[in-house]
Design a protein around this ligand. Sequence first.
Ligand code: GLU
Length: 324
Amino acid sequence: MCGIIAYTGPKKAINVLLGGLESLEYRGYDSAGVSVLEHGNRIFTYRSAGKLKTLRTLIQNAKSRSQLSGSTGIGHTRWATHGSPNDKNAHPHCDCSGEIVVVHNGIVENFSELRELLTSQGHKFTSETDSETIPHLIEQFSQRGDSLEEAVRKTAVKIKGSNAVVAMSQAEPGKIVALRLGNAGGIAIGHGKGEMFVASDLPALIPNTTTISYLEGGEIAILDENSATFMNLEGESILKDPNKIEYDPISITRGNYPHFMLKEINEQPEAIMSSLRGRLNLEKGIVALEQFPLSQKDIIALKKVVIVGMGTSLHAAMVARYWI
Ligand code: GLU
C-alpha cells in the first residue's frame, strides 16, 4: 500500500510532505516523490527510486536553485504495480503541459484502453504506469473549461478499479482535490487552523492536527487552506462533520487491534486482494503479470526453479514448491 500526503496552508509544504511520507514509511514503498506549487504558480516535482533519503538528497541539491518555499503540495511513496520501480515511474505524474499533477494509490484496471485512446488523441505519456492516465484525463476535462474538482469527478467516472487520487493544478493555486473510489487504502482529511492536509493514514496527520474526516468510496474532497467541501460522483454536495481523535501515534497505527501481529493477520485478506487486483481475472480464469519477464514458452522450457525464502516467506516458498 503506497502512501499519500498533501498540504495546503501557510507553511512550507515540502517539510510537511517529507515529514508525512516518513511517517507512512511503515507501509512499504519502492520510490517516492513530491510536487510543490511555488510562488509564481509553477509546479516543481522531485521523484526518485529508492528510499526517502535519496529523495531528500535530490531536493537538498536542487533547493538552492528553486528555493522550494511554496505552500501547497502533494507527495507519494509508491509500491509499483504497473511499470518498474524507477525514477520516471515514481509519482507525482503530470499531464502534457506539466500544469496538473497527481498522486495515485491503487490500479486503473482499464488503463490500457484509456492510454491507447488518450495517445490517439495526442497525449504524450512519459511513464509506464497506469496512474499517468489520470492527469491526462483531468487535462482533457480542464481544457474544456472544467474546474479541477469537476475534471477529477468526470475522470473518476471514466476509470475502473479501486483508486485513491490526489490532484493539484497550477491554474487553481492553493486548491487540493482528493478522490476515493472503492477500497484502495484510505483517504483521511486533516482539518487544521488555516491549513488542510490529506493522507492515506493517520500517522501522517496526527503531528499536525487531530481533527479528521474520512472519504468513503465514491467521494471527492475539495480543499483550500480554510475549507473542506465534499461531493459524490454525481456532483451533489455532501456534508461531513470532522471528528476529534485521540492523540496516541502507536495506537493510531495499530488501529483497534490490541497488538500489531493481530492487525497484520486481519489485514491479510485486504493485502492479498490488493496484490491480486488487476492481475487476476476470475471470470476468464486469466492471470496477467505484465512485468513478468518470461513468456509461457520460456516457462515450459525451464529445467529447474529455485525459490528462496526465510521465516514466513520460507513457508510461502514451501507452498509454491508443492504447487510446482
Ligand atoms: N498502480 C500505480 C503504480 O504502479 C500506483 C501503485 C501504488 O499504489 O503505489 O504506479
